[in-house]
Design a protein around this ligand. Sequence first.
Ligand SMILES: Cc1cc2nc3c(=O)[nH]c(=O)nc-3n(C[C@H](O)[C@H](O)[C@H](O)COP(=O)(O)OP(=O)(O)OC[C@H]3O[C@@H](n4cnc5c(N)ncnc54)[C@H](O)[C@@H]3O)c2cc1C
Length: 282
Amino acid sequence: MKLSEFIRPATLKEARDVLRELGPKGMPLAGGTALHFMQGKTPVTAVDITRLGLSYIKQDGNYFVIGAATPLADIQRRRGERWAMHEICRRISTHQIRNVSTIGGNICRVFPWADLPVVLLAMGAVMTVYTGKKKEDEVPADEFFASQPARRFAGGDILTAVKIPVLKAHHGFGSVKVSRNAAAFSMVTIAALLELDGGTIKSARVAAGSAIPFPRRLRLVEAALAGKEPTAEVFRAAAAACTDVKWCGQEGMSAEYIRNLAEVSITDALERAAEFARGRTK
Ligand SMILES: Cc1cc2nc3c(=O)[nH]c(=O)nc-3n(C[C@H](O)[C@H](O)[C@H](O)COP(=O)(O)OP(=O)(O)OC[C@H]3O[C@@H](n4cnc5c(N)ncnc54)[C@H](O)[C@@H]3O)c2cc1C
């Protein structure tokens, strides 16, 4: 991606107005770490969105709200009860990248290796989008990640925040990222949210990414968990139930190997989620 100009608007409205005017010749710029991966020789004007008050993490009722321009390093550093986002953020690339790369940049243009869309799908997050109206649009993760989100932003709209439901005492969350080394792209990323009701799983949200063309929920795994006890045997059987996923071979590894890796990772993520829930219900 070739940048020709750099604009630093003072307000969200100004940023959107400029982006609308520029059309395909403009783009919001957050950390800028993805420019390297983006094709295109046409010069583009970068509209900086990092000084619009969009970098924060706060709790608002039943949600943690993370500003779209919040660096991954800030999310990684945060600790607190019912907070689980740091786990995946510390597994993304290097400190240097996490210092500048933002949550918005990670999810507005989804690359095959992106980890956060997987976690946000499992958590049932809600994205808030500024469209010029007084009230921002709220887009549930299932809709936001139904296709490449970058298309939604082509007209100048701007992601302002990500709302993550605060985990309740009977919720458990676990994520697994498998990579060749700490800074490498993911070979497979899995995230799981379990809602327990006494000794059984009331509902589950399980998502996968990296080893498939685009992040998605694993509905057959979720269905195989509902109403069952959270045991290792149930988790293994549920992981084996995702027969509708076409896992992609990569970096010299066969599709069959990746499928096996994915099943083991699903089981691990579910076990972590159950552990998390047990810790909460003590
Ligand atoms: C070497 C390397 C390794 C990496 N490894 C991983 C990895 O393993 N897992 C992983 O998840 N990520 C990884 N990343 C990060 C990821 O690939 C992206 O580079 C990063 O998430 C983009 O964030 P950014 O803030 O820099 O976004 P930018 O580069 O500024 O923007 C990315 C895209 O999002 C758009 N955008 C940004 N913010 C908004 C907004 N608020 N509203 C609308 N559109 C917006 C931009 O216009 C652009 O199209 C890696 C990056 C590098 C450089």
